[in-house]
Design a protein around this ligand. Structure first.
Ligand code: KE4
Length: 441
């Protein structure tokens, strides 16, 4: 049993973080930046990250005994809430049968069936161990299938850290990418064209000129890595018709939106079918997982059926499959998404009202149970407009919420998430904390 956590102490003034501070100092001597993924280091919001010791339902508990209502949810996977009894029980039973065999297992078939049933655009699916692997592999399949090298992505969309995707828009009309990180060879970056999200005219113009060299267009159908940016009416349908016209593979990166914006992801939510889909997060129930799948003629390219090589020691790991299967079984129950929608709507209405009463200009965007509050008085529809948000104000808001026992994503350019475990009381507490934190901005 996790340590019995101390309840949220008052309005937050008594919140102590001394053990987290000590652990962070120690971690920094052993792990780059003290974390195993950069955003966790709180660099965008200042201060030291809180070290989590346990989690249950809608709450996480830090090593100093503080409790927080959690809207990070491990960056999306914990849609049932933390340590769901059904998932924990199944994992315990599975781990007693061994944790990995390096051989095919029945749970891989069961999860593949659940994914293919939920995503009719996927006729076959391959399990991998992260969203990065899913996106990297899907792009390789698109290149193998088309014999072309070029990739089009959109500014502010993140598809994992494969070299060819750590690319920013080239200067001027060239549009050819330039590396967005040291270590990415220019030769890789040159194959990637980066365009503004939601700008279908820019895509039309580039494809008219460059289509012969473009293997795929990859997009987050709802962009969750620059906050939460919704596709404009016609954008996704425009991607679909332009890519079809030029024989270009359309890849929906639904690592975040899959089973999040609806059980069938953004493609069901917006009614646009891609050629390949990347999944992750929710489908592993909190264990390392990714998947990519799509049209038969594309997926039959994948080794050992076809010539496009891709492999993984722990791909289809029985524990990750088990956690994923149990998570999707709970999500497929009648009323699950209505419950998520009701709570997400209550949070949206509450936060909009809190910012109005506090006299703070914000823009709130939501797709299903993923959302973002920007500190700006202008509409946000791409990376340029997202960056107009006052990140200093966001940082102060983030800290004010943390002190009041609310754990938000430590960056203005991340999405927040709600789980089935969040109660109306949790939402009320969150809205009250938001009003108090905004008043102090
Ligand atoms: P991973 O390799 O982190 O499993 O997945 C990469 C990825 C791919 N596609 C989308 C749409 C994603 O959102 C992600 C990862 N999301 C971030 C959150 N912004 C993970 C958090 C982190 O990097 O620590």
């Amino acid at each position: 049993m996790p340590p019995v956590p101390v309840l949220i102490r008052g309005s937050g003034q008594t919140m102590k973080w001394s053990r987290s501070r000590r652990l962070f100092k120690k971690a920094q001597g052993l792990i780059p930046g003290g974390v195993n993924s950069p955003v966790r280091a709180f660099k965008a919001v200042g201060g030291n990250p809180i070290f989590i010791s346990s989690a249950k339902g809608a709450r996480v508990y830090d090593v100093d005994g503080n409790a927080y209502i959690d809207y990070v949810l491990s960056w999306g996977p914990m849609i049932l809430g933390h340590a769901h009894p059904r998932v924990v029980r199944a994992l315990k039973e599975a781990s007693e049968r061994g944790t990995s065999y390096g051989a095919p297992t029945e749970p891989e078939i069961r999860l593949a069936e659940l994914l293919i049933r939920a995503y009719p655009s996927m006729k076959k699916v391959r399990m991998v161990n992260s969203g990065t692997e899913a996106a990297m592999s899907a792009i390789r399949v698109a290149r193998g299938f088309t014999g072309r090298d070029g990739v089009v992505k959109f500014e502010g969309c993140y598809h994992g850290h494969a070299d060819g995707l750590l690319v920013k828009a080239g200067s001027g009309a060239a549009t050819l990418g330039i590396p967005d990180s040291p270590g990415v060879p220019r030769s890789y970056a040159r194959n990637t064209i980066t365009l503004p999200f939601n700008d279908i005219d820019a895509l039309r113009e580039v494809l008219q000129r460059e289509w012969r060299g473009i293997a795929c267009v990859i997009v987050e159908p709802v962009a969750g890595n620059m906050g939460c940016v919704l596709p404009r009416k016609g954008f996704l349908k425009g991607l679909r018709s332009l890519t079809r016209k030029y024989g270009i593979v359309l890849i929906f990166d639904e690592v975040m939106t899959g089973f999040r914006v609806s059980y069938g992801g953004a493609q069901a939510y917006y009614g646009v079918e891609p050629d390949l889909t990347c999944l992750g997060k929710v489908i592993g129930g909190g264990l390392p997982v990714g998947a990519y799948g799509g049209r038969e003629e594309l997926m039959s390219m994948v080794a050992p059926e076809g010539p496009v090589y891709q492999a993984g020691t722990l791909s289809g790991n029985p524990l990750a499959m088990t956690a994923g299967i149990e998570t999707l079984k709970v999500l497929s129950r009648k009323g699950a998404y209505e419950r998520l929608e009701e709570r997400a709507r209550a949070l949206e209405e509450g936060l909009r009202d809190a910012s109005k009463r506090a006299g703070v200009k914000t823009r709130f965007y939501r797709a299903g149970s993923m959302f973002c509050t920007y500190f700006t008085d202008r509409d946000v529809y791409d990376f340029r407009t997202a960056r107009l948000s006052d990140t200093g104000r966001f940082a102060r808001f983030f800290t004010g919420m943390l002190k009041r026992g609310i754990n938000l994503a430590p960056s203005q350019f991340e999405a927040g998430f709600i789980s089935l475990a969040h109660s109306y009381r949790d939402i009320e507490k969150t809205v009250r904390a938001a009003y108090e934190a905004m008043k102090q901005l």
